[in-house]
Design a protein around this ligand. Structure first.
Ligand code: SF4
Length: 439
């Protein structure tokens, strides 16, 4: 029996990975382990990794020195690496060779047997990496938040953007049965959850593997659930984001007016090389339609700069789109070649200093736009969902608008409570407010 054995989970990457960690914790607690937030106290240390960019992998490798010291001091500690990193072709074996003190290595398709893996690794080193088994097992979940629940609706991705490793590690698209998702949301609302975030590498493809796109229908069904305040979803793919979906969202009171639509590049030539499946014009028409149908919505995006073959003219297309269409905010990355992706075979033609120069230019421009857009909200009353006390300043409260803008305010508002606040100030990332009234 594993009485009193403590496990420490460290997670990198996307929300899907953070939810996978909630499933790992749920299983381990059911198996009699206890979670600790103190690495020094841990009997079992688990890294849930990401490989979407080189940096994410470097962070894990950078931690191995510290872990080796812990194991040298206490050889009975078990250490495991899971998630997308070891699921890449040959990487699991490589990690065991590079870090022989590791006890178990597993992937996104074997996290449902984690307790057994840990048991087995008491005897010998375990490598459990299976290709996608084509199912989405229902697992116990230990949710991190008391008011927000991550709800996976589809796993895997078959869009094969040329720079992306996800389809090779997360496997093919598998949508969960709609009834199963609705039951899970109902259950979470009974447990006090106010906001659900529907998760998928490409949520808009929900149902495609079952022969019919049904993300709009799923939203309609979840919107009927009483006691639920807000519905969010991530990540969307502009190619699969239909106008009909915009029309449906415009009529659903719980679906938040925030659209995260990764554009990735402004130039249609580069979008083609990325295999994104839409042109600059098609993307622009989509956000124009959203703004016509839901004028007060926020639109955020992702950009990759320095993709192979990106000329000055291509980059100026990105700048033009950002200047003209004014995103509320954007995640901006420098292209990172991922072994095993088609783009990795393309000549990485943009010099590193040029990549940095473009990245800085885009960051500065977007920061200015985000600041101006946030400042336009000063004096406005907006509804926030409280996330409890701020991590940075515990006497302050953090909340989030329906347009997904972080808000900081003084006073007391329990996590999960809704309230109206008046915006008093803003910077490019955060709004500063005072409580107006509690509805
Ligand atoms: S849609 Fe493209 S970028 Fe997103 S996970 Fe799928 S392949 Fe990767």
């Amino acid at each position: 029996m594993n009485k009193e054995k403590l496990f420490y989970l460290i997670t990198y990457g996307c929300q899907m990975n953070f939810h996978d960690s909630e499933k790992m914790a749920g299983q381990l607690i059911n198996a009699g382990y206890k979670e600790t937030n103190d690495l020094q106290q841990a009997d079992i240390i688990i890294f849930n990794t990401c490989c979407v960019r080189e940096k994410a992998e470097e962070k894990v490798r950078g931690k191995m020195g510290e872990i080796k010291k812990l194991k040298d001091n206490n050889p009975s500690i078990l250490v495991g690496i899971g998630g997308c990193m070891p699921q890449q072709e040959g990487v699991g074996k490589k990690l065991l060779r590079q870090f022989p003190f590791l006890n178990f290595v597993f992937g996104p398709h074997t996290l449902d047997v984690l307790p057994a893996l840990i048991e087995e690794s008491n005897e010998k080193q375990v490598l459990a990496l299976k290709k996608d088994k084509g199912d989405v097992p229902i697992l116990p979940v230990k949710r991190k938040s008391s008011f927000r629940a991550w709800i996976p609706i589809i796993k895997g991705c078959e869009n094969f953007c040329t720079y992306c490793i996800v389809p090779y590690v997360r496997g093919k698209e598998i949508s969960r049965p709609m009834q199963e998702i609705i039951e899970e949301v109902n259950q979470t609302v009974k447990e006090g959850i106010k906001e659900v975030v529907l998760l998928g590498q490409n949520v808009n493809a929900y149902g495609r593997d079952r022969g019919e796109y049904s993300f709009p229908l799923l939203l309609k069904e979840i919107n009927k659930i009483s006691g639920l305040a807000r519905i969010r979803y991530m990540t969307s793919h502009p190619r699969d984001f239909s106008y009909n979906l915009v029309d449906v969202i415009a009529k659903l009171d719980k679906v938040c007016e925030h659209f995260h639509l990764p554009m990735q590049a402004g130039s249609s030539k580069i979008l083609k090389k990325m295999n994104r499946g839409y042109t600059q014009e098609e993307y622009i028409e989509l956000i124009k339609y959203i703004r016509k149908k839901i004028p007060h919505s926020s639109i955020t995006t992702d950009f990759i700069v320095g993709f192979p073959g990106e000329e000055d003219e291509d980059f100026s297309q990105t700048i033009k789109v950002v200047e003209e269409f004014q995103f509320d905010s954007a995640f901006m990355f420098i292209y990172s070649s991922r072994e095993g992706t088609p783009a990795a075979k393309m000549a990485d033609s943009v010099p590193q200093d040029k990549k940095k120069e473009r990245h800085n230019k885009l960051m500065n421009l977007q920061q200015q736009i985000s600041l101006e857009k946030n400042r336009r909200l000063i004096g406005k009353d907006v509804e926030i969902l409280s996330e409890g006390s701020s991590k940075k300043e515990s006497e302050l409260i953090m909340g989030r608008t329906r347009t997904n803008k972080p808000v900081v305010l003084s006073g007391f508002l329990p996590p999960g409570d809704l309230a109206f606040v008046t915006i008093k100030g803003a910077n490019s990332h955060t709004l500063f407010a005072e409580l107006t009234e509690t509805p």
